[in-house]
Design a protein around this ligand. Sequence first.
Ligand code: SAH
Ligand code: SF4
Ligand code: F3S
Length: 457
Amino acid sequence: MKYYIKTYGCQFNYSDSERVSAVLESAGLKRAKNHLCADLILFNTCSIRQTAEDRVYGTMVNMAKLKKIRPHLRIGITGCMVKRSSTKKSLKPDPLVKNMDDVDFVFRIEDSARLPQLLKETGLEVPHETPDEFDNGTLKNYFKINPKYSSQFQAFVPIATGCDKFCAYCIVPFTRGREKSRPMEEIWEECEKLVKNGCKEITLLGQNVDSYGLSFLDRNEKRFASLNVGEKIYFTRLLEELDKLKTKGLRRVRWTSPHPKDMTDDVIEAVATLETQMPYIHLPVQAGSNVMLRKMNRPYTREHYIKLIEKIRHRIPDCAISTDIVIGFCGETEKMFEETCELFEQARWDMAYISQYSMRRFTAAYKTMKDDVPRKEKERRWHRLNKILTRISHEKHKEFIGKTVEVLVEKCVKGICEGRSEHFKRTQFKGGKNLIGQIVPVKITDALAWNLIGELI
Ligand code: SAH
Ligand code: SF4
Ligand code: F3S
């Protein structure tokens, strides 16, 4: 019996799929090379924009065809589109399983441990019983699942899930629920095991990594912590603890995403001083206009953000910084958009992930605002920003020519190795497959808009 998982969305979903794989394999299923030879196909879905959901609905047409040829095939959906774990027979089925003929079951990611049970309810007998720890699908148990990591030398490790920030446009607090941090000992244990098995780079995941630990506090303490009064130490302490794993072979600890509001000096200091911290920070700003930021419920101003990146660059002069932008949000005028363009020139981000606003159900914007920037205009603004980004990114890359960077080699195709440098720059150079998983010095000889070219030293 074979399974295939198709994953959409952010790193969180990729990490979740590794845990789902572990549950399926412990029940005796084997990974299929592709969806055509699988007995079970799972879609790990994303809701962040309508296009992300539409992609899943589109694929279902092909699944219907596949099911006609292979009637025993089971189709399941998980991830951010799912509200309630259920099969077609459940008393209150999730709309996805109720309304789509070819979907046999859906499950919430925190219910992954219940997966073998759900499969049985759809008439698919799993090869063997799963261990006790998978009996009760609570979130705590979910994190205890030992993932089937897709790489030996790089890993995603979730440190918190959910989000309490409720940005007006964003569905994540409704799909992933309230913010909950994972106990530090549990994270440490997972990381230690990874490093013992040869892992060199760990990426810590959370919707707001720099508020890690706040969910351990009571309401009163949280109020002070969120005002940055008192000592906010949890995230930094975690980074310091994990840094100790360098003696066992851990070389890099990355994390994504922080929130500008919680990016305190101690975090910047940790990046500047800890050996395993890399000179790269992804710091989502979302918009360059203060009016937009306020409407988005992002609790900082453009001026505050600029000061923050100045502080980072002052303490860590070569630090690469990237961002997320939403354009065409409700009421964004040409003038407000111009402010975002100006911020690009001022911030000179190394990279920016630019999204066109897509209205999401449940959000504050959905309830109280109007999605009034036409689609064509959103596209135009997207192209305009992308042009600025391409130019700046290219200029920034040229600064690396002649310098030597360290690359963790991820793949090698036809004699060309590729991996990320300390600054998270995609770097390519001539080399062999034997270098995969190694960190090697590369002298940069050329710079393109989106990657660096170099020679192995
Ligand atoms: N927690 C992270 C990112 C989560 S979602 C953070 O706050 O940075 C990733 C990105 O998707 C967001 O940063 C935002 O730029 C984008 N996004 C979220 N909701 C969106 C929506 N409704 N339409 C378009 N882009 C959206
Ligand atoms: Fe969404 Fe805002 Fe939370 Fe990020 S911080 S996940 S954008 S609500
Ligand atoms: Fe998408 Fe869910 Fe991530 S909505 S971006 S997969 S948290």
